[in-house]
Design a protein around this ligand. Structure first.
Ligand SMILES: NC(=O)c1ccc[n+]([C@@H]2O[C@H](COP(=O)([O-])OP(=O)(O)OC[C@H]3O[C@@H](n4cnc5c(N)ncnc54)[C@H](OP(=O)(O)O)[C@@H]3O)[C@@H](O)[C@H]2O)c1
Length: 270
């Protein structure tokens, strides 16, 4: 049976084994998928061990997404642009790295939820690894404007410059958004894990605006409360993106795309 795992620290909370096992059952593919806790200092050594032990693929979560990119024999173009890897596939020479987060977001936002990005004014809050991964695919959809806002002011500037060949991104700080209005607001900050949401200028959401959070579970609550109070007509969490990025990893490994709707429903049921 092919062996797969998700590596991270902490890792006990990860839903990836449940998602991949359910995908496998749906498509009649037998697989063994584990959670493996890996400390940052041991990352390189553990990747070599897991390769030697015959693992066919690994998902990568915090805090390793950036560091893993430098451990790969090859990385895909989208992982290179994201400067982060969430999927490792085994090759003889080691691991190839890919990043399925951007694909996962767009499949959930556009295909599952029916929120078209083309022609819209879009705001991404947060400029960490996840934000960087979703920006190039967002640009590809042709938004009217894409603004990247962050607490630390230099990160949006740096990212906008690095991705300039893919389309225009306007860098900003949260405070500098005063007077702007957006039709889609995507939260890619991790601050919800601390049960908080930073202060934002009033009036950020245009009439009929949709709010999407990469976070899910308890970490989604602070953004959801802010977005509803700010007038969002719909507020979505990132559970669908989690399943969609997993489906994209599954397709890379097994050559078949699972149906995601039943798995999203299964996770929502608890
Ligand atoms: N649904 C999914 O499939 C999926 C996939 C990937 C990620 N995610 C979620 O996306 C979120 C971001 O992940 P990441 O990998 O990008 O994390 P990251 O690289 O650590 O970036 C964290 C971001 O949050 C901001 N931030 C943190 N604390 C803040 C605070 N107190 N006030 C204002 N801003 C704050 C940081 O701003 P500074 O730059 O100023 O520090 C940075 O922009 C996490 O919640 C993660 O769970 C979900």
């Amino acid at each position: 049976m092919s062996r797969f795992a998700v590596i991270g620290q902490p890792i006990a909370h990860s839903a990836s084994p449940r998602i991949h096992t359910a995908f496998g059952e749906q498509l009649g593919i037998a697989l063994d998928y584990e959670r493996i806790e890996v400390e940052p200092e041991a990352l390189s050594e553990r990747l070599t061990e897991l390769h030697a032990a015959g693992y066919a693929g690994l998902n990568v979560t915090l805090p390793h997404k950036q560091a893993v990119a430098t451990e790969c024999a090859r990385v895909s173009e989208r992982a290179r642009l994201a400067e982060a890897v969430n999927t490792l596939s085994r090759i003889d020479a080691g691991w190839t790295g890919d990043n399925t987060d951007g694909e996962g977001l767009l499949r959930d936002l556009q295909d599952n939820l029916g929120v078209a990005v083309a022609g819209k004014r879009v705001l991404v809050l947060g400029a960490g690894g996840a934000a960087r991964g979703i920006l190039p695919p967002l640009l590809e959809t042709g938004p009217a404007e894409l603004v990247l806002s962050n607490r630390s002011p230099w990160k949006p500037e740096t990212i906008a410059e690095a991705l300039a060949a893919h389309g225009p991104i306007r860098p900003a700080t949260h405070m500098a958004l005063k007077g702007d209005h957006f039709e889609i607001v995507i939260n890619a900050m991790s601050v919800g894990h601390q049960g908080a949401f930073p202060r934002m200028p009033d009036g950020l959401l245009a009439q009929g605006a949709v709010a999407y959070d990469l976070s899910y579970g308890a970490a989604h609550t602070p953004f959801a409360e802010w977005a509803r109070a700010a007038g969002a007509v719909a507020v979505h969490d990132g559970l669908g993106m989690l399943v969609e990025q997993a489906a994209a990893s599954f397709a890379l490994w097994h050559g078949q795309r699972p149906e995601t709707a039943p798995i999203i429903a299964m996770l929502r049921a608890g």
